[in-house]
Design a protein around this ligand. Structure first.
Ligand SMILES: Cc1cc2nc3c(=O)[nH]c(=O)nc-3n(C[C@H](O)[C@H](O)[C@H](O)COP(=O)(O)OP(=O)(O)OC[C@H]3O[C@@H](n4cnc5c(N)ncnc54)[C@H](O)[C@@H]3O)c2cc1C
Length: 600
């Protein structure tokens, strides 16, 4: 099997240090006490805990999904053991200040650490990931008291957290949520309603669960402007921080999932007994805006989680293709000749290259976006502004492109294993099932595409797209001066022009009132920008590899050559898809739009 089943460590170092230059972050005072050794130590620690505590029960939790017994969730003990190890290793507070017992690491390094846990066991990592995102939201919008009573215990690993948005009748359309919040004389609210699909919604880990619940204050305006955000603890908490009585939140049932079965998924009822206490976060009616803080973090997490499942399948199928011998070359007729390894068949190499391109390209894009979060600390307001805009634009791409194409990578991994890939004796079918949720939750990929074209590409008159295209062009300008890469750079420059034209054309159509018809092609627009971004990551990787090759020795020579060849492969076989997709957007293809329900 590969040196690590979780990630190619050489590729991780390449991304962090040769491509992204994360050591530049050491210039920010917040990270001044760090250095490459402390970054590497955190990654090594995450790698070890992931291998020792998360990976071993990945299969077991798939085969033994959570059960509801006498109203309580019962799970295999290994999940709790992993969560304790995660916390003891300091990863709950990986981003928190030193003063609060945190590691104070850059977001990009924390994201790299998370990727390892996610590759090892996407079900188990869901518990701390949700809890940490809840704590981060409270850090920004919570009152001092809320931080003390709810955020701090999460960062200490004592409390867990959830995000409670969806309801049975309101998934994609949060404007239609019905959960109510009635003001009480003591300043709290009485919450009543039902929340569906809540991940980590009920369990016996830790001392409490902090549900972050979207609800409407009685009399609020309809739609998203009438939604507020509430802390609803599973157990009430006294002002001195001690745990009080059970709050009126009940587990109404469990959802039985296709994959990621270790993360319990729940149907929760709030206030069935008329006594569910909730505490308003921030201002009334700002709930969705606050929740986006958590959702955006989760969307990058979902995108990178999808990449890591793709990565796990890729690494497994790569090793398998090296070891299994089957068949001969098409022009080799001698039946006495020894069978060749699968990897010696060009079609198998095609499937491996596709996986490599999707996975390693999306990993670069995801970590690039994570570093944009750290740029929030830059002293230059222009850098902060551009980084925030670009992050906004890239978030739906990272969530949706990665989860669509790295799921495709899982399919290819199964294909490489042939019949064995289709059986439960090999891990690649679980990788696929575990990954299949990622195009659905945190806003379906259809909704992400609408967000990308309808909002993000159009915001501030297309300012974010402009920044993105300029950055891609800057890489092209460097690559065009390198003989081996000049043609690829020219191809990507043509892609920039295509993306720019189709964005402008879509903007004009929408401004002219053709909103529905234009957005009917949002998925094609996602292909245009998504493929363009991934091609960018590949040209960038190829540029660094080409420059490093003359002085490379040992395994690095093959590593860099592999980068160059994967770049050529993506440009030859995948990037041309943007021309067709851009034409559909530009010309406002109306075939799906014009189809009538009764014609099916
Ligand atoms: C395993 C799992 C974990 C989850 N965890 C959580 C959680 O922790 N907290 C939480 O709040 N929610 C959670 N969810 C809910 C998840 O976010 C929703 O399932 C998702 O938002 C889609 O909502 P829905 O299931 O109601 O589907 P629907 O909204 O009914 O959508 C069905 C299909 O219609 C499409 N569609 C819907 N509206 C539009 C539109 N306006 N334009 C174009 N197409 C549209 C969608 O893209 C989708 O393909 C989870 C779901 C699952 C399955």
């Amino acid at each position: 099997m590969p040196s690590s089943p979780l990630i190619d460590r050489r590729h991780l170092d390449f991304m962090l240090y040769e491509l992204l230059g994360v050591e530049n972050l050491l210039l920010y005072p917040r990270f001044a006490e760090h250095n490459r050794e402390t970054f590497d130590a955190a990654i090594e620690l995450a790698h070890r805990v992931a291998l020792e505590k998360f990976l071993p029960h990945n299969r077991k939790s798939d085969l033994n999904e959570p059960q509801m017994v006498d109203g309580k969730v019962v799970m295999i003990p290994e999940i709790e053991e992993a969560l304790i190890a995660f916390n003891e290793a300091g990863f709950m507070a990986v981003l928190a200040d030193y003063a609060d017992g945190g590691m104070q690491l850059p977001f990009v390094i924390a994201t790299a650490c998370d990727a390892l846990f996610s590759a090892a066991n996407p079900g188990t990592i869901a518990y701390p990931a949700l809890a940490r995102a809840a704590a981060n939201l409270l850090q920004v919008y919570g009152s001092d008291e809320q931080k003390r009573l709810y955020m701090k215990p999460i960062l200490e690993g004592r409390y867990f957290g959830t995000m409670c948005l969806s309801e049975p009748q309101a998934g994609s359309s949060l404007a239609d949520i019905k959960t109510q919040a009635e003001p009480q004389a003591d300043g709290s609210y009485r919450i009543s309603g039902a929340k569906m699909w809540i991940s980590a919604g009920d369990h016996e880990f830790g001392q409490n669960i902090v549900h972050l619940v979207l609800a409407r204050i009685a009399g609020a305006t309809p739609g998203v402007r009438g939604i507020s955000l509430f802390i609803v603890p599973r157990w009430r908490v006294a002002p001195d921080g001690t745990r009080g009585a059970r709050n009126d939140v009940t587990l109404a049932g469990l959802n039985h999932k296709m994959g990621q079965r270790g993360s319990v998924n729940t149907f929760l009822k709030f206030g069935e007994g008329g006594d569910c206490a909730g505490y308003l976060v921030g201002e009334p009616h700002q709930g969705l805006a606050y929740m986006f803080h958590m959702m955006n973090e989760e969307r990058i997490g979902v995108g990178l989680g999808a990449v890591q499942q793709g990565c796990a399948g890729y690494l497994y199928s790569l090793q398998y293709a090296r070891e299994r011998r089957q068949g001969r070359h098409p022009d080799q007729k001698d039946p006495n000749a020894s069978p060749i390894a699968l990897i010696d068949h060009a079609d198998v190499r095609r499937m491996l290259l596709q996986q490599k391109c999707y996975v390693e390209g999306a990993q670069v894009l995801g970590l690039y976006a994570a570093q944009l979060v750290d740029r929030n600390l830059d002293p230059d307001p222009a850098v902060r502004n551009d980084s925030a805009l670009l992050l906004d634009l890239l978030t739906p791409i990272i969530k949706a492109w990665s989860s669509d194409w790295c799921l495709k990578a899982n399919e290819l991994a199964i294909q490489i294993l042939g019949g064995y890939g289709y059986t439960r004796e090999y891990p690649v079918e679980q990788n696929y099932r575990d990954n299949r949720i990622n195009p659905i939750h945190e806003g379906t990929n259809g909704i992400q595409a609408l967000d990308l074209l309808g909002r993000k590409a159009m915001m501030q008159n297309g300012a974010a797209v402009k920044i993105l295209l300029e950055r891609i062009d800057a890489t092209c300008a460097q690559a065009i001066a390198v003989e081996e890469l000049a043609a690829l750079a020219a191809q990507l420059q043509a892609g920039i022009a295509i993306a720019g034209e189709c964005t402008a054309a879509a903007g004009k159509r929408m401004a002219a009132g053709q909103v529905r018809q234009t957005l009917a092609n949002a998925q094609h627009y996602m292909t245009v920008l998504g493929h363009l971004c991934i091609a960018w990551t590949w040209l960038w990787q190829a540029l660094v590899a080409q420059r490093a090759l003359p002085n490379a020795t040992g395994g690095d020579v093959d590593f860099y050559r592999g980068k160059l060849q994967a770049c050529r492969f993506f440009f030859a076989t995948e990037l041309p898809a943007i021309e067709h997709a851009a034409r559909l957007v530009r010309e406002v293809d109306s075939t799906a739009f014009d189809m009538r329900a009764e014609w099916f």
